[in-house]
Each structure stands twice: as structure tokens, then as C-alpha cells.
Design a protein around this ligand. Structure first.
Ligand SMILES: [Zn+2]
Length: 438
């Protein structure tokens, strides 16, 4: 007797497949066991997708879990600037504890899962000398592993060379088990220190065989040119494909002649750019009067030059960002507006930024990620018929399946939109059916 499939999703539209057709997706042993227009067998659990869109689950590739949900403590950021945020965080972290971090992280992990995010790469501030945040986030990686995959980047928030011991703290954080080595070269005192700090980060990465995940050139200053140094060391240390550069907002302001020279180098080094659209459109351009620059890494430019780009939410309810629920569609929505990526075919590529492009930079298990037979069953059933609906309604998915198990169900009846019209109740469908024909 053949074992029944654990889950069968019936009648779904699948991202990247023919949208005029509906498919059944069978799941067993954590994998996609079958995808067909009709699967005759029964599943232990059957989910009727009613033509809704199935996509692989979302990644949040740049996030600060150690500061999440600390908004207002010890005070609110009234100027809304990066610098006031850093000052507030410096106060907060004086009395941070492992329990405090874990409690906040647990709550945010649940929010993320409900929003279809099952992978978070977090930065752990390792210039806080007790390394409490690092300890807590390494523990969180294990503690919440039934809900989410977490990667921890050791992040020297205050710089690697700004204080004598910071390089050693960075090394220690990696030794304790951080997955990736961070850096913040634009925050070092001089260009020479910035270059040296990048070299130190790569040496630690080499010593512990870790990937590199930097905060790089998060400034509007176009001559903050640390990305080229990161590329140089990526090539020198043979780390091609193992390096991500977060923010890189300076690249928005680069001179065209510099772009021409630098982009092939970034491509050659296989560096992934991680844009943080929500936070950077808010925090950058603060020295401009009007017109104000769009302070976001130019995603379209990088993609057109064959450079991988993915997205982070960066912060939620903390000293730097007072909004957010952990929904990566919000970050994506901002990105496609700021970088004017709403041509009709662009809209059908946008979700790549928080799915396949992210999986590539995450690296671990990337070959098992996706919507095909044999891949890991990390799937979302969205309340959308196409990518365009997902970008319009920004809703949490109806269902979240991770490693083959149903872990979130957002289908409670009160979520239906209903209006009372001409003497009766009717349910309103906000989906744009014309988009099915692309
Ligand atoms: Zn950040």
C-alpha cells in the first residue's frame, strides 16, 4: 500500500507556470512530491487553493533582530535620523539581556511567519562588549528553528577600528557561532581604516570559513567607495559568490563614469546587493534640501548589469524605523516605486527580489529552494491570482507551509471583505483578474 501524501494543495496557480492553468501540488517528507494538473491520490490534508497563487516562501535578508520591538525605549526618535537612532540604541544596549532579546525575537519571528517569511538573516551587534545580542541571536537560531531559518551576521555597529578591541569582539562573535562576518567601513574614521577594516573582516571570514555580509556605504556621500574594496578582497580571497553588501546607498549618487568602471568589478566578484527600501527612503537624503535624493541602492541598475539583488526589511519598531509588521511585500512595494520598476513585465519579476535572488545569497540549501518536484516544500498560498495582486494587496498569505508542514493559516472568516448592498451581503474580491492574461 502506498502512503498517502501528507498535504495536497488543489487547484492552485503557480508562480512561473502557465497562469491560465490550475495545478495540484503534493507534499511529503518535507518535499514537493508531485506537481500535476490533477493528482488522483488523496492527501492526509487537502487544501483547496481556489485558483490562488502559490509561491516559494519569502526571505528577509537584512534585519536587526537584537533591536526589534524596542521602539520608544529609552525614548522615541523624534528627528527620525540614523544618528539619533544610533544614540538611542547605544543607551538601550547598556542594559540588554539574553532573555529580553529572546522575548522580542520570539514575537517578531511569529509575525514574520504569518507574513510568509521563513528565512531571516539578522545582524547581531558585536561592539556591545558583553556580546549579549550575539549570544541571544545564536540561541534564537536554535530555539525557533521549528518556525524559521535564521542566519546570524556578527555586526560591528560602531566600527572595527574605532576602538582597540572591536576587531577581537568581531572575531569572538564568529568563533561563538555567527554564520557570517559583518563590517561597516563607512563608519570607520578614515578611508585607510575603512580599507583595513574590510581586510580584517575577510581574514576572519577566511579563518572560520564564513561568508561576508557587510553594511557597505550606507551614506549619500558618493565618494564613500568601500564597495570597490570589498570587491577587491572578494577576488583576492577567492570569496566569489560568498559576499553580500547591504544598503550601498552611496551607489545612488555615483558619478556615471564611476558606475561604468565599478559595475563590471562587482559582477566579477559575484557580490549580492541587499537593498533596504523602507529604511533608506526614510533615512537617506537628510542633508539634501530640495530636491531630495532617493536614498536607495539602484536595484534596476544592478540587475541590468548582471548583479544579484535582494531585499531586507532592516528594522521594525526600533530606534530607526517606527513601522512595519515584518511583511516583506511592504519592502518590495517600496522598492518598485522608488526605483520605478512597474513596467508590466517588471511586475512579474519583482517577487524574485525576496525569493530566488535571496535564496542565491543565503546559499545554504539554495539548490533545494523553488517551486518544482523534489524541492523543499517551503510554500505560500497567497490571496492573489498573480504576482500583480500580491503587490497590490500586500496581504499576508492564506497559508504558510514550511519544510512540508502547515505552520500558518490566515483564513479566519473575519478576514473576508464584505459589503452590504441592495439588501444583501456580498463578498468583495479585490483581485485584478485581467492580469491573468498578463
Ligand atoms: Zn542594517
Amino acid at each position: 500500500m502506498v502512503e498517502p501524501y501528507e498535504i495536497i494543495i488543489r487547484g492552485a496557480r503557480l508562480r512561473g507556470y502557465d497562469l491560465s492553468k490550475r495545478y495540484d501540488v503534493a507534499i511529503s517528507d518535507g518535499r514537493i512530491a508531485e506537481i500535476k494538473e490533477h493528482i488522483p491520490e488523496h492527501g492526509e490534508r487537502e487544501i483547496d487553493a481556489k485558483g490562488r497563487l502559490v509561491v516559494p516562501s519569502f526571505y528577509n535578508m537584512h534585519f536587526h533582530l537584537d533591536s526589534v520591538l524596542t521602539l520608544g525605549d529609552p525614548k522615541f526618535n523624534e528627528s527620525g535620523t540614523l544618528w539619533e537612532g544610533i544614540a538611542i540604541w547605544a543607551e538601550y544596549k547598556k542594559r540588554i539581556s539574553v532573555e529580553d532579546v529572546l522575548r522580542r525575537v520570539e514575537e517578531f519571528v511569529k509575525w514574520s511567519v504569518v507574513n510568509g517569511v521563513t528565512y531571516i538573516r539578522t545582524h547581531a551587534d558585536c561592539t556591545e562588549k558583553t556580546l549579549t545580542g550575539v549570544k541571544a541571536l545564536i540561541r534564537a537560531r536554535d530555539e525557533f528553528k521549528d518556525l524559521i531559518d535564521i542566519q546570524v551576521t556578527a555586526f560591528p555597529q560602531d566600527g572595527i577600528l574605532t576602538e582597540p578591541d572591536n576587531a577581537e569582539y568581531l572575531r569572538k562573535a564568529v568563533e561563538m557561532g555567527a554564520d557570517n562576518v559583518g563590517m561597516i567601513p563607512h563608519n570607520e574614521y578614515t578611508r585607510e581604516d575603512a580599507v583595513e577594516s574590510i581586510k580584517i573582516a575577510f581574514e576572519i571570514a577566511k579563518e572560520f570559513n564564513r561568508d561576508v555580509d557587510g553594511h557597505v556605504d550606507e551614506t549619500d556621500d558618493p565618494i564613500s567607495r568601500n564597495l570597490e574594496v570589498v570587491a577587491k578582497y572578494t577576488l583576492k580571497y577567492g570569496w566569489v559568490g560568498r559576499v553580500t553588501a547591504g544598503h550601498v546607498t552611496a551607489s545612488h549618487s555615483w558619478d556615471p563614469a564611476y558606475r561604468y568602471r565599478i559595475l563590471p568589478l562587482i559582477r566579477k566578484a559575484g557580490i549580492t546587493i541587499i537593498a533596504n527600501p523602507l529604511i533608506n527612503i526614510y533615512l537617506q537624503g537628510r542633508f539634501d534640501t530640495y530636491p531630495k535624493r532617493r536614498g536607495m541602492a539602484p536595484i534596476k541598475m544592478y540587475l541590468e548589469n548582471g548583479i544579484n539583488v535582494t531585499l531586507g526589511h532592516d528594522c521594525v519598531l526600533d530606534p530607526w524605523y517606527p513601522l512595519g509588521t515584518g511583511n516583506m511585500l511592504h519592502a518590495l512595494f517600496m522598492a518598485i516605486h522608488v526605483d520605478q520598476m512597474m513596467g508590466w513585465s517588471d511586475l512579474f519579476k519583482a517577487l524574485d527580489l525576496i525569493t530566488v535572488n535571496a535564496a542565491k545569497a543565503w546559499r545554504k540549501g539554495a539548490e533545494q529552494y523553488g517551486l518544482a518536484k523534489g524541492k523543499r516544500a517551503d510554500l505560500l498560498i497567497l490571496n492573489a491570482l498573480t504576482d500583480v495582486d500580491a503587490l497590490r494587496n500586500l496581504e499576508p498569505p492564506l497559508y504558510v507551509i514550511r519544510h512540508g508542514k502547515l505552520i500558518a493559516d490566515n483564513t479566519a472568516p473575519e478576514r473576508q471583505y464584505k459589503i452590504y448592498y441592495k439588501g444583501k451581503w456580498e463578498t468583495i474580491d479585490l483581485n485584478f483578474k485581467k492580469a491573468l492574461n498578463k
